[in-house]
Design a protein around this ligand. Structure first.
Ligand code: GDP
Ligand code: ZN
Length: 416
């Protein structure tokens, strides 16, 4: 099963670590000095969980150390009386839109001391953050101008209808000052130009959406997103949409493999409504990120689940799609029953990747039990002798298609 061995695996390199783990790759980079920049080699940005870039610093006024790698742990001595709890829907420069627990929308600034905690000031807050903020009177300092306010009240891309549980006017009721950011879990990062940027925080689940037809199902994309979920330690659920277009029996074998690995698989149809109640129940009380190729029906499913959301469906506007592709900001769309979904451009398109070749097998539950039994501790399970993973494939203890996907992921597909 050995595949093109000489191919560069530049995408596995974490530039900020300042070294390359794969010796062959180091050699390749030395031999090709014109490609001395990872940005040249890797066109696409990559997506990862919380990475290895961790530094600690302590600041005056902070109760404990701050982990500024994206898993920002901010715990200031803040008097929480008179503070309102909320979650960050989107961030625009120094302003963020925060949905308060009172269901009102606030345009918030961030307290200076919190900003100084972040190495990259742009990254101090992201969609999904849970915050405590102080409501500021409109005649107070930090008041927005009329034009700023006008810009802030529109949840871009959400159409005329509000994402806020069907309220028709998405109005910022007041300004606010964020005094505290809760510790994060479920972090999704984008690695770009050797730096990691958190693009979504407190992601409880990753909804991996494929379609049974138009476009046809691509299991390797599902496998890839399962790896991302495993790496980010976020619960995945596989949705196979457009089942109205096929005889579901044709998908049984594939679904069986995922189900046997312990993954939840949900066949749906935005057209007929099949299993939408189940999906609605899943999305309730969670912050869920959506991943899936363009055209599989992400917007259609959300619109069916939350009438009034008014997300643009692919064929409606090519312009709109284009806009989504170029934006890197993510936003959180609240659902009326308490859940929320992330609209995160990079995740939607499977473009992003950041994982070490040696980590991949360990993140696949079917390959993982065998990796420690290979003859070579650094075995990549490709061309090596005495490979326990390949032996397990040979006697069908590992599904051959999954192993094939593993080989693809390692050698072909990591740069989308
Ligand atoms: P997105 O790019 O993933 O957001 O996909 P869209 O929601 O824009 O849907 C792409 C196309 O697939 C549109 O023409 C939808 O009408 C269609 N579509 C979405 N869900 C279904 C479904 O369950 N069944 C069928 N037959 N078509 C669907
Ligand atoms: Zn092996």
């Amino acid at each position: 099963m050995a595949k093109k061995k000489g191919k560069t695996r530049a995408e596995f390199r974490k530039k900020h670590q300042g070294r390359v783990r794969d010796a062959d790759l180091t050699r390749q980079f030395r031999q090709r000095p014109e490609e001395n920049s990872i940005e040249d080699a890797v066109q696409a940005e990559r997506l990862s969980g919380k990475g290895a870039l961790t530094r600690k610093k302590t600041i005056a006024g902070a109760e404990r150390e701050v982990d500024d790698d994206g898993g920002l742990q901010v715990d200031l001595k803040v008097d929480q009386t008179n503070l309102v709890q909320g979650r960050v829907l989107s961030v625009h420069g120094l302003q963020s839109k925060v949905l308060g627990q009172d269901d009102n929308l606030y345009a918030c600034s961030t307290r200076q001391v919190l900003k100084s905690l972040a190495t990259d000031q742009r990254g101090v807050l992201v969609a999904g953050d849970r915050v405590w903020f102080r409501i500021e009177h409109r005649d107070g300092v930090g008041r927005m101008s009329a034009s700023q306010r006008a810009g802030a009240i529109r949840l871009e891309g959400a159409g005329e209808n509000s994402a806020l549980g069907g309220q028709s006017d998405q109005i910022v009721v007041a300004d606010g000052m964020i005094e505290r950011i809760e510790p994060r879990h479920g972090i999704i990062c984008r690695a770009s130009r050797g730096k990691q940027h958190v693009i979504a925080a407190n992601v409880d689940a990753l909804l991996i959406i494929a379609s049974a037809a138009e476009p046809g199902i691509k299991p390797v994309l599902i496998d890839r997103m399962l790896l991302t979920a495993a790496q980010c330690e976020i619960e995945p659920i596989i949705v196979i949409n457009k089942v109205d277009l096929v005889d579901f029996a044709s998908l049984q074998a594939l679904v069986g493999v995922y189900a046997s690995l312990g993954y939840r698989v949900l066949p749906t149809s935005a057209e007929t409504g099949q299993n939408l109640e189940y999906l609605r129940a899943f999305l309730k009380q969670r912050q869920t990120a959506l991943a899936g190729q363009s055209g599989v029906g992400k917007s259609s499913l959300l619109n069916a689940i939350e009438p009034g959301l008014g997300l643009a469906v692919s064929h409606v506007s090519a312009e709109n799609q284009k806009g989504r592709h170029t934006t890197t900001a993510s936003r959180l769309i609240p659902l009326s029953d308490g859940g929320a979904v992330f609209d995160t451009p990079g995740i939607r398109q499977f473009q992003l990747w950041d994982i070490e070749a040696s980590e991949v097998a360990g993140l696949m539950p079917d390959l993982r039990p065998y990796v420690s039994h290979c003859r070579y501790p650094n075995c990549l399970h490709l061309a090596e002798d005495d490979c326990a993973v390949k032996n397990a494939v040979a006697d069908a203890r590992i599904d051959a298609r999954r192993y094939d996907a593993y080989c693809h992921l390692l050698e072909d597909d990591l740069v989308a």
